[in-house]
Design a protein around this ligand. Structure first.
Ligand SMILES: C[S@@+](CC[C@H](N)C(=O)[O-])C[C@H]1O[C@@H](n2cnc3c(N)ncnc32)[C@H](O)[C@@H]1O
Length: 207
């Protein structure tokens, strides 16, 4: 394994097809279900943090979302999505950035993070994420975060993770966010292993 997270992730996405990684899902069902459940208008701005090569962006475009940004530390991940999308990729904002160093230039109505926050094992990394979250979300923004649950895997992609329950996630985000819903999910990897996730949906408090 390499020393720097960026080197690690660049290597992963250069060596494996999107469907060969443990976090692959054919359809981003939970993410889309949250948007439906909270009746989020497709005119909202959406940011996928650590979106990787996920096909969530495809699902959003297919549903008419027009203001979609995908941020990831690994350029090859975003390149894979761009290739898959073809011309439609031009309608998406792509940013290669480390979320713990990134300063958003605008605020988003929906902040989505599936399987990224749990890689932030140090309190300083979590504080940096929170700073980005505070700069990057508008009042009333919906914040959707999925991490490994307390009985989920101890590692992902060979890296250590910090597993969360709803309480630890809510504490990490801070008092500016109100929990709307949480649930557990059993994610099935492409090779049939079960990974326990916790999903939490927060609303950024108004004002
Ligand atoms: C387990 S994958 C999940 C990818 C995607 N969210 C999904 O659901 O398919 C974790 C992703 O987070 C990205 N990542 C890891 N650390 C990051 C960081 N500090 N800043 C931005 N992206 C990061 C990786 O490159 C990878 O694409």
């Amino acid at each position: 394994m390499t020393d720097q997270p960026q080197d690690h992730w660049d290597k992963v996405y250069s060596e494996k097809a999107p469907s060969e990684v443990s976090w692959f899902q054919n359809e981003p069902r939970s993410s889309v279900a949250v948007l439906n459940r909270f009746a989020v208008p497709v005119s909202s701005s959406f940011i996928d943090i650590g979106g990787g090569a996920s096909n969530l962006v495809d699902a959003l475009l297919a549903r008419g979302w027009a203001d979609v940004t995908v941020v990831d530390i690994a350029a090859p991940a975003l390149a894979a999505s761009q290739t898959r999308l073809g011309e439609a990729a031009a309608g998406v904002q792509w940013e290669v950035a480390d979320i713990t160093r990134w300063q958003p230039s605008r605020r988003y109505g929906v902040w989505h993070d599936r399987a990224v926050f749990h890689f932030l094992t140090e309190p300083e990394q979590q504080s940096a994420y929170r700073a980005a979250l505070l700069s990057g979300t508008a009042p009333d923004a919906l914040v959707i975060i999925a991490t490994f649950a307390p009985d989920g895997p101890e590692k992902c992609s060979g890296l250590p993770v910090k597993r969360h329950d709803t309480e630890s996630l809510a504490a990490a985000l801070g008092s500016e966010f109100t929990l709307l819903d949480d649930w557990r999910e059993e994610h099935l990897t492409p090779w049939g292993s079960v990974q326990n996730f916790i999903w939490c949906v927060f609303r950024r408090n108004p004002g």
